[in-house]
Design a protein around this ligand. Structure first.
Ligand SMILES: Cc1ncc(COP(=O)(O)O)c(C=O)c1O
Length: 217
């Protein structure tokens, strides 16, 4: 099993951190991610030594024991030193940042759960809140909602406006009979609010008031 923890790195399931399940787990250090560097970066976690050796080779052009003998087709996938230096420092405060993000999520849930659908954690799970994505009540004009927030200086984003099967690149592949109504309707209803470890209580109160005002119309 290959896991994708690009939005979940740092989270856990039944006390076990993501990255320890399955054969391997990939994560992303893209700046928008919970543990972001200042450019592109990522990592793969595995306990399988053979897979790790193959991945190391692929990372550096497919190099073999002799570094100028490429034994397979590889990538230019090195994490550059600047990004590594940033990540080393950010890792030291990552747990504190996760705790702060959880406080932000709790405040949003308290302030918004009676006007929009807020995300809930399944029992046994923790989250790093890569996004704080709410679901608007049926029939809400999402563009109008986003414009109302923007007018008050509150940025929003849609993660994501198109499901996988609606992507142009996948157009020629079959889709289940009846489509995928769950993700299709979510892609129309969801919107994400500002979420980071340094969001002040005052700013968050302003965001909550803006959301409540926009819903009330
Ligand atoms: C769930 C998930 N997987 C993979 C990726 C890809 O990350 P990267 O662009 O760093 O390869 C992203 C980034 O948006 C993501 O959110």
């Amino acid at each position: 099993m290959l896991d994708d923890a690009a939005q979940g790195f740092g989270a856990s399931h039944k006390g076990r951190k993501l990255g320890t399940f399955g054969l391997a787990t990939a994560t992303s250090f893209f700046p928008a991610k919970p543990l972001g560097c200042f450019g592109d970066g990522g990592a793969i976690f595995t306990d399988d030594d053979e897979l790790a050796a193959t991945l190391r080779s692929i990372r550096v052009h497919g190099q073999g024991v002799d570094k100028y003998d490429n034994v397979r087709l590889g990538l230019t996938g090195r994490l550059d030193t600047m990004q590594a230096a940033i990540l080393i420092e950010k890792l030291k405060i990552f747990d504190d940042e996760i705790a702060a993000r959880n406080k932000v999520a709790e405040r949003y849930a308290r302030g918004l759960s009676n006007v929009v659908t807020v995300p809930r954690l399944a029992p046994g799970n923790t989250s790093v809140w890569a996004q704080y994505t709410i679901r608007l009540p049926e029939g809400t004009d999402r563009d109008g909602f986003a414009a109302a927030l923007k007018a008050q200086g509150v940025p929003t984003a849609i993660y994501y406006g198109k499901s996988m099967h609606q992507q142009t690149a996948y157009k020629q592949y079959p889709v289940a009979d009846g489509g995928l109504p769950g993700c299709e309707s979510l892609s129309q209803d969801v919107i994400s609010l500002p979420m980071h470890a340094y969001l002040t209580e005052a700013d968050q109160e302003r965001i909550i008031a803006a959301v409540r005002g926009a819903i009330a119309g």
